[in-house]
Design a protein around this ligand. Structure first.
Ligand code: G3H
Length: 254
């Protein structure tokens, strides 16, 4: 059985006050249950977040990490620094990083390894663009994204990792993948990892991201290979995010 996982990726939104209020509301509102909840605020709010979340059910994650360990890399943040602020997770390979900041599969793999070396758990994002889906190359694109990390880091690095399937066309658009569309890709991701190690694949949490809302989380999370969500817009509203976290509480033994 895989423990469901829900992470909120706040992206570059809100003020310091907003972040504090949202975190307080989440800490007060979250029902303890057998699922893992993570929030990923902007770097500059990590210290506040670590203080507010201390002793709570909510773990802390970051939105990005440097592939380097230290040195002359202006503006970058190392995995060891994230650990100093009690981060347990870090998102790597988000499509906004790939698309807007030129992160290749190789860079994403290096970031994944930099995080893992420090004991941070990577949330590895993969997903196809609309054009790629229309060209019917979704499987190939995702396989390449996954294989770059599998080959560089090895399958054992996936024991602590989470994979997030985020179709680029569904991110921030209100256009969610149907549960069946998402399930098909999740099953494909699990099957690919199973080609290398069946046991690790069976335990790997694969979560869906892309316009998840309180109103569609139940049907998405009910699919056999969807183990939770990576939530963008809806994670900025406490009630919506808490409701999505409720939807992830397991009703059966996936
Ligand atoms: O990391 C989160 C995803 O990019 C999803 O964002 P969204 O829920 O706003 O579509």
């Amino acid at each position: 059985m895989r423990q469901p996982f829900v992470a909120g990726n706040w992206k570059m939104n809100g003020s310091r006050d907003d972040a504090g209020r949202l975190l307080e509301d989440l800490v007060q509102g979250l029902t303890p249950a057998a699922r893992e909840v993570v929030v990923c605020p902007p770097y500059v709010y990590l210290a506040d977040a670590a203080r507010i979340l201390k002793g709570s059910e909510i773990a802390l994650g970051a939105q990005n990490v440097s592939e380097e360990e230290s040195g002359a890399f202006t503006g970058e943040v190392a995995a060891s620094m994230l650990q100093d602020f009690d981060c347990r997770y870090v998102i790597v390979g988000h499509s906004e990083r790939r698309g807007l900041f030129g992160e290749s599969n190789e860079i994403v793999a290096r970031k994944f390894m930099a995080a893992a070396r420090q004991g941070l758990r990577p949330i590895l994002c993969v997903g196809e663009t609309l054009e790629q889906r229309e060209q019917d190359v979704t499987e190939q694109v995702i396989r390449e994204q996954l294989d770059a990390v599998l080959e560089a880091a090895g399958v054992h690095a996936f024991v602590e990792a989470v994979v997030a399937y985020e179709p680029v066309w569904a991110i921030g658009t209100g256009q969610t993948a149907s549960p069946e569309q998402a399930q098909a890709v999740h099953a494909m991701i699990r099957a690919r990892v199973a080609e290398v190690d069946d046991t690790i694949a069976g335990k790997l949490r694969i979560v869906y991201g892309g316009s998840v809302k309180a109103s569609n989380a139940d049907e998405l999370f009910a699919m056999p290979d969807i183990d939770g969500g990576l939530i963008g817009g809806a994670s900025l509203d406490a009630d919506s995010f808490l409701s999505i976290c409720e939807s992830a509480i397991p009703a059966d033994g996936k």
